[in-house]
Design a protein around this ligand. Structure first.
Ligand code: NAP
Length: 501
């Protein structure tokens, strides 16, 4: 008879990577798993099982990954010894995810041992998401120990998002579903939460009385590269605004959560999304700018326009740029404009949030026109905080108008906190953090279905407006900051984009 001491408790994890030979797996997921392994944070006794349709042995899969690691940044490359230790965790299962019978092969592979946690990471074509969850359930692979990770995009509009979430919800409980928005894993976003909810300094200032406007910019200097075909069916609104930009907006505008539990945080983000000003025909026309890059240059070299990129259909009306203005209708933010803009082939690769404070109410110093305090939260390429103040740099005496007490001129200066310099550039990257959170079952940085649906609900009128042919994209030259209409939109409020200040 088996004694209680003989009973083997499930241990370790199995991470099944559907799309194990895809771009995301090579460029992000495998390097992130390796970094976690190197940092000693990946729980021991785990298996990472790549899944795709190619016929590969475990050894061939390991060799493929080793060859791909040669493209990774220098310090992140494994030594041969490190790789051979990491490779012991790697396995491969050949499967066609559209074939129900293939899920039995996966079930058999997983039955070889009982892992404490089974993570199903769906990093494959979005068209397969529903099939995958349904077939996992049909094969009995949706056990309480299983967590499912879904990559973006979850749908291409509100109805398709609801359909996918309904299908996932039939197979898995919400606590088992990890919807990735990798922006939430970025260290700068963690620091935004820390800044707001770990420090009391800014909270009294974080409101309509002191803040003039908030700008969220996610700018890329690259074009669509080899992903023209994929991008053309998506566009900037779906690719960046519905998910990443709105999650940043939530992080900046949400109320302090009652604690750090996942649902407390997600409840507050949901309230922000529900408070976004509803679109009207007037605001759709005046507060949204849609653009598409034309030929221009990048770093002094000529680059083609979007319509000349490989895979982009002739005459495509897909946007590569969006700028919009919205408001959050609650007591804290009423009347404060929030501007979001994102685009490809812009003047620089940078992502930041700029909180522009109101100017001093009664100036007694001379200062550059429009100068005021601002807080800049940099997300990329640097990760840090800048606090812009006005100071008397040179005690410069100016000719004061007769009868005036103004004798000093102030100049902008900034306090600059570079988190890479402060904490070292070997900090945990977004995918590394998110993968560890899935394995540990922490949902804080993942998007709940109601949040995601609310975000789609808010962008749906914009999509419909465009689908009705109401707003063909405006051309902008590659290497610029987008269509001039975006500057005109913000100028109507008496503000300007950060680089125009
Ligand atoms: P990808 O390069 O096209 O890779 C797709 C993967 O899925 C390949 O491993 C492919 O292998 C596998 N696959 C396709 N059909 C299959 C089937 N019927 N059965 C089994 N495996 C199948 O795509 P990706 O760029 O990695 O993107 C994957 C997902 O992540 C997508 O949802 C994408 O939107 C999302 N995402 C990607 C990025 C990125 O930077 N790449 C960023 C954010 C989100 P075989 O064809 O060999 O079977």
């Amino acid at each position: 008879m088996q004694s209680t001491t003989d009973i083997v408790k499930p241990a370790g994890f199995d991470l099944i990577l559907f799309g194990g030979t895809g771009d995301l797996a090579w460029r992000k997921l495998m390097p992130a798993l390796f970094q976690a392994f190197r940092h000693g944070t990946l729980p021991e006794g785990g298996r990472i099982i790549g899944v795709a349709r190619d016929a590969l042995s475990d050894e061939q899969y390991r060799s493929l990954i080793e060859s791909r690691f040669r493209d990774v940044d220098g310090s992140k490359q494994p030594s041969p010894t490190e790789f051979s230790r990491f490779a012991a965790m790697l396995h491969y299962v050949r499967m066609d995810l559209s074939k129900p019978e293939d899920y039995q092969a996966l079930a058999q592979s997983l039955a070889q041992r009982e892992a404490a946690t089974v993570v199903m990471y769906v990093a494959t074509a979005p068209a397969l998401f529903t099939t995958v969850v349904e077939q996992l359930a049909a094969a009995g692979l949706n056990t309480p120990r299983t967590r499912i990770v879904l990559e973006k995009p979850l749908g291409h509009d509100l109805p398709s998002n609801r359909a996918i979430n309904a299908a996932v919800g039939r197979a898995f409980a919400e606590r088992q579903i990890f919807r990735i928005d990798h922006y939430l894993g970025k260290p700068a976003v963690q620091n935004l939460f820390a800044l707001r909810f770990g420090n009391a300094l800014f909270e009294p200032l974080w409101r309509r009385e002191t803040i003039a406007n908030i700008q969220i910019t996610i700018a890329e200097d690259l074009g669509v590269e080899k992903r023209g075909q994929f991008y053309d069916s998506t566009g900037a609104l779906r690719d960046m605004v519905q998910n990443h930009a709105l999650q940043l907006l939530c992080a900046i505008a949400m109320e302090p959560p009652i604690n750090s539990h996942a649902d407390a945080i997600r409840d507050e983000k949901l309230k922000v999304l529900r408070s976004l000003k509803a679109w009207t025909p007037e605001t759709l026309a005046q507060h949204v700018v849609r653009g598409q890059y034309s030929a221009g240059n990048r770093s002094g070299k000529s680059v083609p326009g979007y319509l000349q990129e490989a895979g982009v259909p002739a005459g495509s009306g897909t946007e590569t740029y969006v700028a919009l203005r919205t408001e959050i209708e609650n007591w804290r933010w009423a009347g404060v404009p929030f501007y979001i803009r994102t685009g490809k082939r812009l003047a620089a690769r940078e992502a930041h949030i700029v909180v522009n404070f109101r100017p001093a109410p009664h100036p007694i110093f001379k200062a550059p026109i429009g100068a005021a305090n601002k807080l800049v939260i940099n997300l990329q390429p640097r990760d840090g905080l800048e606090l812009h103040l006005l100071a008397e740099g040179q005690a410069q005496r100016v000719a004061a108008p007769s009868g005036s007490n103004i004798t000093q001129t102030l100049a902008p200066v900034q306090l600059d906190l570079d988190f890479d310099k402060r904490f070292g550039s070997e900090r945990v990257g977004a995918y590394e953090r998110l993968l560890l959170d899935v394995i540990d079952g922490r949902l804080n940085l993942f998007v709940r279905s109601d949040e995601q649906e609310e975000a789609w609900q808010w962008v749906q009128p914009i999509l419909e407006h465009w689908q009705a042919g109401q707003m063909p994209p405006r051309p902008y030259a590659a290497g610029t900051w987008g269509p001039s209409a975006a500057s005109a939109m913000i100028a109507r409020d008496g503000h300007c984009w950060s680089e125009e200040a």
